[in-house]
Write a protein that binds this ligand. Structure first.
Ligand SMILES: NC(=O)c1ccc[n+]([C@@H]2O[C@H](COP(=O)([O-])OP(=O)(O)OC[C@H]3O[C@@H](n4cnc5c(N)ncnc54)[C@H](O)[C@@H]3O)[C@@H](O)[C@H]2O)c1
Length: 359
């Protein structure tokens, strides 16, 4: 927690602050520590006030609000998803979020979350894979080599010990960028010419493509026994990545069923198709992987508790740090009910110094 400060000030983590925080921690250490927070909050699942995110869909994208609270802290994230954006130099996904104190309702932190979302998504994928992927998996196919991809690769390296990475993207320039960005880490990286080639010999398959349609990134014949699929890119109604037949052969694990039934790969299945909630595997209430031949699928859509965990982690990391800006966000009159008086005092001050308020 940052040192005591004026009530009007809310610590703000800019993109620059976030990058410095991640780099000074070490990206892989950051992912590991963040994964521990994500996992801890999955263990506290019952405590949370949970709701499927509130999505506003438009022709080319979606804007979503994602709230969650454990009774002591409250968090929400604003996030968009616009696959067409990269063509005009924008990101597909951008985000920011707030962490608040439930007792007073006062925000404790306002943070960029574009980078933090990529980190928390990768950390969550790795937490799920730790419980579901075949033991000793060393090779991962990574299909869709956009903004999320390097974070996924790093999380699977640091939390699961992945050594071999098989990349594929319909845009070879994206694969080349991903390969180059990861080249210093000692991973054995193969750039592939098709998704079929990428999945060859992979024990884990991550899909993180962006397309506003029901795509078929993986077809049934590409999935052998024993594989773990980490499906990240299908996260909206009408936006999926896997052929339905794969789902029918898989044991499916999800974050929060009311949200995943609408947004995840399982929107292709009957509303009562059996799925297992990830938190039950993490707490040991149910088994994850049961055999070497079982196909496990983490149908990831991204749930609000993961953003809560990410903001909680960043807030804890701020303790004693100056790596934030002081945002004058909350009106703080001398006497709490004299909000209008504060405006009058500002007006009186401006009469003496007209340059204070410019039209
Ligand atoms: N589950 C979650 O928690 C979560 C979190 C963040 C993002 N996402 C989703 O993950 C996806 C990737 O996000 P991003 O920020 O990396 O997007 P991005 O636009 O930066 O990258 C997507 C990549 O997918 C590639 N692609 C598109 N169609 C493809 C195909 N048929 N085969 C192979 N590659 C293809 C594109 O060329 C691009 O390089 C998006 O769909 C996003 O909505 C999910």
């Amino acid at each position: 927690m940052p040192a005591e400060q004026n009530l009007n000030i809310v610590p703000f983590i800019s993109v620059e602050n976030m990058m410095d925080l991640v780099l000074s921690t070490g990206t892989e250490t950051f992912l590991k520590e963040l994964a521990a927070y994500v996992e801890e909050d999955f263990r506290r699942w019952d405590l949370f006030d949970k709701v499927a995110r509130i999505a506003s869909h438009s022709r080319d994208g979606v804007i979503e609000l994602m709230p969650a609270s454990d009774g002591a802290l409250y968090a929400f994230k604003y996030v968009n998803g616009h696959p067409k954006n990269t063509k005009s130099g924008r990101q597909t996904v951008t985000a920011f979020g707030v962490l608040s104190d439930v007792d007073s309702g006062y925000p404790l932190l306002l943070s960029e979350m574009t980078i933090l979302t990529a980190l928390r998504t990768a950390a969550t994928s790795a937490v799920a894979a730790k419980h579901l992927a075949p033991k000793g998996a060393k090779t991962m196919a990574l299909i869709g080599n956009g903004a999320q991809s390097e974070f996924q690769a790093l999380a699977f390296r640091s939390l699961l010990g992945i050594e071999n990475l098989r990349l594929y993207d319909i845009d070879p320039a994206a694969t080349e960028r991903c390969r180059r960005n990861l080249s210093h880490l000692g991973l054995n990286i193969t750039a592939c010419r098709s998704a079929e080639e990428a999945v060859e010999g992979a024990q884990i398959i991550t899909t993180a493509t962006a397309d506003k349609q029901n795509a078929t990134i993986l077809s049934d014949n590409m999935i052998g026994p024993g594989v773990h699929i980490n499906a990240v890119g299908g996260d909206c109604p009408g936006k999926t990545e896997l052929h339905r037949d794969i789902l029918l052969r898989s044991s499916i694990f999800v974050e929060y069923p009311p949200q995943t039934r609408v947004e995840g790969e399982i929107q292709q299945l009957a509303p009562d198709h059996p799925v297992t909630e990830l938190w039950k595997v993490i707490t040991g209430q149910t088994t994850g992987r049961e055999s070497d031949t079982q196909i496990t699928l983490f149908d990831s859509v991204g749930f609000a508790t993961e953003d809560f965990s990410a903001l909680r982690y960043v807030y804890d990391k701020l303790n004693g740090s100056t790596r934030f800006e002081k945002l004058d966000l909350l009106a703080d009159p001398d006497e709490p009910r004299d909000l209008f008086g504060m405006l009058l005092r500002r007006q009186a001050a401006a009469q003496n110094s007209p340059e204070m308020i410019t039209a």
